[in-house]
Ligand binder design. Structure first.
Ligand SMILES: C[S@@+](CC[C@H](N)C(=O)[O-])C[C@H]1O[C@@H](n2cnc3c(N)ncnc32)[C@H](O)[C@@H]1O
Length: 183
């Protein structure tokens, strides 16, 4: 992580403007990715690439790769610039487009999926990607305390589907961590 810290610190100054995750949530994602030795990760909601750097830095250690989805071309370009700056661009594919269109085009089998785009679309993102998450794979959803009212269908799905084991984690704006069981 050491190499990326100065860029992360700089981006933290504009975190509100770009609605970036908190550093502790970045650390949480990083620990998960390294713990499960993730090889393929999907991020939904890139913004300027702050969380993307946390994820990609962890994947650099595991030898994995990241696809990240962003529908705002300017933000996607900023993310690309930041990834180049920290030398992580070769393991990250920034795809510009609506996640609802882009997720079905992803062929990879994902070890971990990070949801951080439109809160009222979380359930649709998850339902689209679920067949491509391996048994034992993880789903991390952000803002699940502060924006819970916007995702009632997601909350119901992750806590009521036997295929998923989920837990609320009150880290910064809140995270729900879900584990996909064997089918
Ligand atoms: C909360 S920000 C992501 C922050 C980022 N994960 C971070 O922590 O650095 C959400 C981003 O998702 C993007 N977004 C919203 N709906 C989307 C969609 N349907 N498809 C792709 N991107 C979307 C927005 O343009 C915005 O940049």
């Amino acid at each position: 992580m050491e190499n990326y810290k100065s860029v992360l610190k700089r981006l933290e100054k504009t975190a509100k403007q770009y609605t970036n995750i908190a550093p502790e949530n970045g650390q949480f994602l990083s620990i998960l990715i390294r713990s499960i030795q993730a090889q393929n990760v999907l991020e939904v909601g890139t913004s300027n690439g702050y969380s993307t750097i946390w994820i990609a830095a962890a994947l650099k250690e595991t030898g994995g790769r990241l696809i990240t989805l962003e529908f705002d071309p300017r933000r996607a370009e900023e993310a690309q610039t930041h990834l180049q700056e920290v030398g992580l661009d070769s393991i990250v594919e920034v795809r510009v487009g609506n996640a609802l269109d882009e997720i079905p085009k992803c062929n990879a089998t994902f070890d971990l999926v990070f949801l951080d785009a439109e809160k009222n679309e979380y359930r649709r993102y998850l339902e689209l990607v679920l067949p491509n998450i391996r048994p034992g794979g993880l789903i991390v959803a952000d803002d699940t305390v502060t924006m819970r009212d916007e995702m009632p269908d997601y909350i119901e799905f992750v806590f009521d589907t036997p295929l998923l084991h989920s837990v609320d984690i009150p880290l910064d704006d809140g995270i729900i961590l879900s584990y996909k069981t064997e089918e």
